[in-house]
Design a protein around this ligand. Structure first.
Ligand code: RB5
Length: 142
């Protein structure tokens, strides 16, 4: 189950991605925002991050204008490894190497097609489980 949220800058992309998840038969919960009215990205990043960290959702997807604000906010939550991705290589690598559990994207940075490609790679790529990556991840948080 995927937790997904956006701010006003990411609203259209969130709608598109939810349709894509639906088409793929992937369950999700929409944590807002529910319109393009100006809002504050931390208000949407934190509930998703807390729900993923608690294990209620397997992964999260956060979209804002750049993806950066969402990632900064989400990474404040213990247990969250949120990665801003703008290309396929990074999306694959952050799953394999970092076991990233939240994908952040910038709707003002990448195309809709790229966002779909990145989302699929992020959701479909397992963590490598390699000892060196487990060791490195374990050093991120006490
Ligand atoms: C909103 O204008 C914009 O600042 C926000 O969507 C995001 O890009 C912040 O990091």
């Amino acid at each position: 189950m995927i937790a997904i949220a956006c701010d006003h800058g990411g609203y259209q992309y969130k709608q598109m991605l939810m349709q894509h998840l639906k088409d793929r038969g992937i369950e999700y919960k929409d944590f807002g925002a529910w319109s393009e009215k100006s809002c504050d990205y931390p208000d949407y990043a934190r509930p998703v991050a807390e729900a993923v960290a608690a294990g209620t959702y397997e992964k999260g997807i956060l979209i804002c204008g750049t993806g950066i604000g969402m990632s900064i906010a989400a990474n404040k939550v213990h247990g969250i490894r949120a990665a801003v991705c703008g290309d396929a290589f990074s999306a694959k690598a952050t799953r394999e190497h970092n076991d990233a559990n939240i994908l952040c994207m910038g709707a003002r940075v990448i195309s809709e097609a790229k966002a779909l490609e990145i989302t699929d790679i992020f959701l479909d790529t397992p963590f490598s489980g390699d000892a060196r990556h487990i060791r490195r991840i374990s050093k991120i948080e006490p």
